[in-house]
Design a protein around this ligand. Structure first.
Ligand SMILES: [Zn+2]
Length: 239
């Protein structure tokens, strides 16, 4: 059952379509790099993403990042945004960067606003916030991106009930190969649909107990979806 859970980093490559998952540990950090012939994307830059990228690919590749994709606003998916944006400015990034995020994700909007307030005068590059409010596909560099809604929740202040939060997954398609990344989600039909027949599915299995199943998936649920793709990795498994 646990054969599709790997030690990080996890790497997958088909020709020049490449993905590396540096980390995906619930409540700690996620961090993913995707590249193609001409694209350098970062997905869910949690805490440690700058350290991992710096050690692994170095400054030139980091400076080439054109697009950041955020699945949702939880700290383990966005905790590295501030340091990454600051590093890019300190290193005199010139070309602009897009940040894609689900509509209503106030964490990213707040980080952006505060960041601009602090660094506006010295900022060497432009940051474009790209709110996603539909499942309309779009192309960046050589990669087609299909966002899709998923169903993620968080525990509310009363510590009893849960509340739905803006959350999306992304399907990245390049050179007839597709990578489906669901972000954090409970079992949902849109994830089932988008993972089916993908070349690679990256699926969270963050529920270690039955009572977390409205926030995350169990290993059984995630595996069931994963098996509909050609290959899959289970991530976000509690350690
Ligand atoms: Zn989450």
């Amino acid at each position: 059952m646990k054969s599709n859970i790997y030690k990080y980093p996890i790497v997958w490559q088909k020709d020049d379509f490449f993905i590396k998952i540096y980390s995906s540990i619930p409540n700690i950090a996620t961090g993913i790099l995707i590249t193609s012939n001409n694209a350098t994307f970062v997905v869910d830059p949690g805490d440690g993403i700058l350290r991992d990228l710096s050690k692994d690919v170095g400054a030139n590749t980091i400076l080439n990042i054109s697009d950041i994709f955020i699945s949702h606003g939880h700290h383990d998916h966005i905790g590295g945004v501030w340091s990454l944006l600051t590093y890019l400015s300190v290193m005199h990034k010139k070309n602009e960067i897009n940040i894609y995020y689900p509509k209503g994700c106030i964490e990213i909007e707040s980080i952006y606003k505060a960041f601009i307030k602090v660094y506006k005068r010295d900022l060497t590059y432009k940051i474009n916030l790209r709110e996603i409010n539909s499942e309309k596909q779009f192309k960046r560099k050589s990669i087609l991106i299909k966002p899709f809604k998923v169903n993620h929740r968080e525990i509310s202040h009363d510590n009893k009930s849960t509340v739905k939060i803006p959350s999306i997954g992304f399907k990245f398609i390049y050179n007839k190969k597709s990578i489906c990344y669901g972000g954090d989600t409970a079992y949902c039909e849109s994830l089932v649909k988008h993972c089916a027949n993908s070349d690679l599915a990256i699926i969270e299995a963050g529920a270690d107990t039955e009572n977390k199943l409205d926030l995350h998936m169990s290993i059984e649920q995630a595996s069931q979806i994963g098996k509909t793709a050609k290959e899959y990795f289970l991530v976000h498994v509690p350690e």
